[in-house]
Write a protein of this length. Structure first.
Length: 332
């Protein structure tokens, strides 16, 4: 670890502080929060936090991630001048961190001043403070819940959804289909129909909206006010619109995203809110997208610019096996 020359005098000063029988826990995370600055790309800040028996001696936000050298300096300065004056300057006895690499790099420096460093899983207390701090950053607004936190949603079905959604976007079906071409989709073929409309012909929001009943689909297409508004919605947007858990999963597993403005988002549109879809919604969309892709690639027939009617049943591969999906266009 490369440590700045000015750190040695700080270590000496900390070594002269009264040592208390305190345990401090430190760590860094990429916040579930966006910082948007004028003429700059939005970014998620990296947050360093240390908590102890005495409270929270220090929290620090940074655009790049905090290095081990940064963490060392943050800890030392938290001992010399705890944040907000909640405690007097002091030297704890123990420091815990869930990152073994950070602990290995801190140990030789902290041992000089009688502080032990240990690897320990993130505590419930740490997570509580983390959640509270992020909630304050987001002004109490709960974040969008995505696919990664749907109970029972396997990595396999998430990966396949992103693969299919990327392929759907690349085909750009909104250049051919619009609300004049409602789709009846039975997924699987023996189930009750849902009614899909490809969106994006207006050049604003791209994707697919799916209504659970024909009555609601007819009302929306005819610009009537339905009794209630509840649809399954796939749309593409910037990463700032997406669930943070989904963003982290995409980065961790290297799942496909068409471009920075086309992160696929699946949700339940209820009145004016986008809510987390159910596992059955995700599984249904997996099969429906697979069938739509097959139709668009192999079966769509055009007479000039006119889309010809179609009614077919297609075998598609899903993470749960091969199923048959029935498509009819126009649906009514």
């Amino acid at each position: 670890m490369i440590v700045s020359p000015h750190i040695s005098p700080i270590i000496s000063r900390v070594g002269k502080l009264v040592q208390t029988d305190d345990s401090w826990e430190c760590g860094v995370w990429s916040a579930y929060h966006w910082i948007v600055e004028h003429r700059q790309d939005p970014y998620r800040p990296h947050i360093f936090m240390v908590i102890g028996d005495c409270g929270i001696p220090r929290i620090d936000l940074s655009k790049p991630s905090h290095s081990a050298a940064d963490i060392l300096e943050h800890l030392l300065r938290a001992m010399l001048k705890p944040a907000h004056g909640i405690i007097t300057p002091r030297r704890p006895t123990r420091i815990y961190c869930a990152d073994a690499e950070v602990v290995a790099l801190l140990t030789p420096y902290m041992s000089q001043i009688g502080i032990s460093c240990e690897v320990r899983d993130t505590s419930a207390e740490w997570r509580k403070h983390q959640c509270c701090f992020e909630l304050s950053l987001n002004h109490g607004k709960e974040q969008l819940a995505g696919l990664a936190t749907i109970p029972g949603a396997s990595l396999a079905v998430q990966a396949h959804f992103y693969e299919l959604a990327a392929a759907y976007y690349e085909l750009k079906p909104w250049r051919t289909l619009n609300d004049a071409h409602p789709l009846e989709i039975r997924c699987p073929a023996t189930s009750a129909p849902r009614y899909g409309v490809v969106i994006g012909s207006g050049g604003e929001i791209f994707g697919l909206v799916v209504y659970d009943t024909e009555a609601q689909a007819r009302a929306i297409i005819n610009d009537e006010n339905p009794d209630s508004y509840n649809s399954l919605l796939l749309f593409y947007s910037e990463q700032t619109t997406m669930s943070f858990e989904d963003l982290d999963a995409i980065a961790e597993h290297g799942w496909a995203v068409p471009n920075p403005e086309a992160y696929p988002i699946l949700g339940r549109s209820v009145e004016d809110n986008i809510l987390q879809p159910s596992l059955s919604d995700l599984v249904w969309m997996e099969g429906a997208l697979a069938a739509l892709l097959q139709y668009l690639r192999e079966h769509i027939q055009l007479d000039g610019r006119k889309v010809m009617p179609a009614e077919l049943t297609l075998p598609v591969q899903t993470t749960s096996g091969t199923i048959s999906v029935a498509l009819r266009l126009p649906a009514f």
